[in-house]
Design a binder for this molecule. Structure first.
Ligand code: TMP
Ligand code: ASP
Length: 232
């Protein structure tokens, strides 16, 4: 089948009807805009299954593109136009914000901090503020307000869920899309590729930082997340 879109970690195929797509998870893992990359057999299936379970968990609270799991590496989703924003919610300081603002890794944000990045490979996804998002007409004021509410709501639900299985949700990245009717839906994926999870007891990374920072075996930690979530 000819893909609609071939990304770094996922391929989108046409779904059974024109309003749907199949989101297929590849075994590729990349970091630093794809500069660092590897193929890890089994990674796609783990990220797909974790993502499906998390979309299902959010189902009643946050409208999303997720329809249903298809097989162990793909799910069926509503077809949306992706809004070129990466919406990052941070509960604890880690990653880029530590360098950018000179913070201490592990510092808590209460309330959670929401940041917007402009999705542009050519510009390396720069941090922007709401005024920029509106000036660039990436979203209307109403859409932006919905996007922020959905992201914070999803964060609150996921944070509580993960704590229940011994994991701290440090931060995560959400993407949103728009249906032909103009409805805003949570889109893309929600997996250890797009979030930071630390063991609640040891603060050990159980996410893509293991690959970004060469500090362990990615498959082992993704399996551990899946196991705690009751998937494996
Ligand atoms: P950052 O600390 O590098 O800005 O990342 C914040 C969160 O967003 C972290 O959970 C990883 C995730 N993320 C992505 O999913 N895709 C990206 O391209 C980047 C840079 C971060
Ligand atoms: N997602 C980006 C990449 O694949 C960066 C990252 O997540 O660290 O290059």
């Amino acid at each position: 089948m000819k893909p609609l879109y071939d990304g770094k970690a996922k391929t989108l195929f046409p779904g059974p009807d024109p309003n749907t797509v199949i989101v297929f998870f590849k075994d590729t893992v990349t970091a630093g805009d794809g500069v660092k990359r590897d193929a890890i057999p089994g990674k796609g299936a783990l990220a797909a299954q974790i993502s499906c379970k998390l979309f299902e968990l959010l189902h009643n609270a946050v409208p999303s593109h997720y329809i249903k799991q298809r097989d162990e590496r793909s799910f069926l989703a509503k077809r949306v136009q992706i809004i070129p924003l990466e919406v990052v919610v941070r509960n604890v300081a880690a990653g880029s914000i530590v360098k950018r603002l000179g913070l201490t890794r592990g510092q808590v944000f209460d309330p959670p901090l929401l940041e917007l990045f402009y999705k542009s490979d050519a510009l390396h996804d720069p941090l922007i503020c709401e005024a920029h998002a509106l000036a660039l007409r990436l979203a209307t004021p109403h859409e932006l307000s919905q996007i922020k509410d959905y992201a914070l709501q999803a964060n609150a639900i996921l944070k509580e869920y993960f704590l229940g299985v011994g994991l701290k949700l440090i931060d995560m990245k959400f993407e949103f899309g728009k249906t032909p009717d103009g409805e805003i839906l949570l889109a893309d994926e929600i997996s250890p590729d797009t979030m930071r999870l630390w063991d609640a007891r040891t603060n050990e990374s159980l996410d893509k930082d293991v690959f970004r920072e060469d500090k362990g075996d990615l498959l082992t930690v993704y399996r551990e997340v899946a196991r705690r979530m009751g998937i494996l």
